[in-house]
Write a protein that binds this ligand. Structure first.
Ligand SMILES: [Zn+2]
Length: 114
Protein backbone atom coordinates (compact mmCIF):
# COMPACT_ATOMS: atom_id res chain seq x y z
CA UNK A 1 0.00 0.00 0.00
CA UNK A 2 0.96 3.65 -0.33
CA UNK A 3 3.07 5.19 2.37
CA UNK A 4 1.67 8.64 1.59
CA UNK A 5 -0.47 8.89 4.71
CA UNK A 6 -1.19 12.66 4.92
CA UNK A 7 -0.54 12.64 8.67
CA UNK A 8 2.96 11.33 7.94
CA UNK A 9 3.66 13.79 5.11
CA UNK A 10 2.63 16.72 7.32
CA UNK A 11 2.04 16.18 11.06
CA UNK A 12 -1.50 17.05 12.23
CA UNK A 13 -2.01 20.49 13.81
CA UNK A 14 -0.76 21.13 17.32
CA UNK A 15 -0.49 24.33 19.39
CA UNK A 16 3.15 23.37 19.80
CA UNK A 17 3.84 24.07 16.12
CA UNK A 18 1.42 26.94 15.49
CA UNK A 19 -0.16 28.90 18.31
CA UNK A 20 -1.38 32.09 16.63
CA UNK A 21 -3.61 32.82 13.64
CA UNK A 22 -0.58 34.00 11.66
CA UNK A 23 1.37 30.83 12.38
CA UNK A 24 -1.59 28.70 11.35
CA UNK A 25 -1.97 30.72 8.17
CA UNK A 26 1.74 30.44 7.30
CA UNK A 27 1.40 26.65 7.60
CA UNK A 28 -1.67 26.80 5.36
CA UNK A 29 -3.84 24.94 7.81
CA UNK A 30 -7.50 24.51 7.01
CA UNK A 31 -9.75 25.58 9.87
CA UNK A 32 -13.43 24.82 10.34
CA UNK A 33 -15.98 25.72 12.98
CA UNK A 34 -18.94 23.58 14.07
CA UNK A 35 -21.76 24.77 16.31
CA UNK A 36 -22.49 22.53 19.29
CA UNK A 37 -26.21 23.35 19.10
CA UNK A 38 -27.46 23.82 15.55
CA UNK A 39 -24.64 21.90 13.87
CA UNK A 40 -23.82 24.67 11.38
CA UNK A 41 -20.41 24.15 9.77
CA UNK A 42 -18.27 27.10 8.75
CA UNK A 43 -14.99 27.31 6.89
CA UNK A 44 -12.77 29.72 8.79
CA UNK A 45 -11.01 32.34 6.69
CA UNK A 46 -7.63 32.88 8.35
CA UNK A 47 -6.65 36.06 6.41
CA UNK A 48 -9.91 37.77 7.38
CA UNK A 49 -9.58 36.53 10.99
CA UNK A 50 -6.05 37.98 11.05
CA UNK A 51 -7.40 41.30 9.79
CA UNK A 52 -10.09 41.30 12.47
CA UNK A 53 -8.30 39.88 15.51
CA UNK A 54 -4.63 40.46 14.67
CA UNK A 55 -1.91 37.97 13.64
CA UNK A 56 -1.01 37.17 17.24
CA UNK A 57 -4.51 36.14 18.30
CA UNK A 58 -4.62 32.61 19.70
CA UNK A 59 -7.60 30.53 18.59
CA UNK A 60 -6.88 27.40 20.59
CA UNK A 61 -9.48 27.20 23.36
CA UNK A 62 -11.74 29.86 21.81
CA UNK A 63 -15.46 29.09 21.68
CA UNK A 64 -17.23 32.18 20.26
CA UNK A 65 -20.99 32.48 19.94
CA UNK A 66 -22.57 30.77 16.94
CA UNK A 67 -23.55 33.32 14.26
CA UNK A 68 -26.58 31.26 13.22
CA UNK A 69 -29.67 33.48 12.97
CA UNK A 70 -31.98 31.08 14.78
CA UNK A 71 -29.36 29.53 17.03
CA UNK A 72 -29.84 30.17 20.74
CA UNK A 73 -26.69 30.08 22.89
CA UNK A 74 -24.74 27.77 20.61
CA UNK A 75 -20.96 28.09 20.57
CA UNK A 76 -18.50 27.31 17.79
CA UNK A 77 -15.95 24.57 18.27
CA UNK A 78 -12.94 24.91 15.98
CA UNK A 79 -10.85 22.19 14.37
CA UNK A 80 -7.81 22.38 12.10
CA UNK A 81 -6.06 20.09 9.65
CA UNK A 82 -2.66 20.51 8.12
CA UNK A 83 -3.59 19.40 4.60
CA UNK A 84 -6.36 17.84 2.58
CA UNK A 85 -6.92 14.27 3.77
CA UNK A 86 -5.11 14.88 7.04
CA UNK A 87 -6.71 14.42 10.43
CA UNK A 88 -8.89 17.15 11.90
CA UNK A 89 -7.61 18.19 15.31
CA UNK A 90 -9.98 19.78 17.80
CA UNK A 91 -8.87 23.23 18.91
CA UNK A 92 -11.10 23.44 21.98
CA UNK A 93 -8.26 22.87 24.47
CA UNK A 94 -6.64 26.16 25.48
CA UNK A 95 -2.84 26.17 25.11
CA UNK A 96 -0.87 25.26 28.22
CA UNK A 97 2.42 26.49 29.59
CA UNK A 98 4.40 24.15 27.31
CA UNK A 99 2.79 25.55 24.14
CA UNK A 100 3.25 29.16 25.28
CA UNK A 101 6.92 28.56 26.07
CA UNK A 102 7.48 26.92 22.68
CA UNK A 103 5.86 29.95 21.04
CA UNK A 104 8.05 32.43 22.91
CA UNK A 105 11.18 30.46 22.01
CA UNK A 106 10.73 30.18 18.24
CA UNK A 107 11.40 32.61 15.46
CA UNK A 108 8.33 34.45 14.27
CA UNK A 109 7.37 32.91 10.93
CA UNK A 110 4.99 35.69 9.90
CA UNK A 111 6.77 38.35 7.85
CA UNK A 112 3.79 40.68 7.37
CA UNK A 113 2.63 43.71 9.33
CA UNK A 114 1.22 43.37 12.81
ZN1 LIG B 1 -25.51 27.33 16.16
Amino acid sequence: MSTKNPDVVVPPPSPLTALTLAEMHVRRWEVKATCNRCGIKLRANLPSMIRTFGPDAVWWGQTPRCPGLECESGVLHYAARALRGGSWVSMTQPPGELEQTAYRNRQRAYPGPR
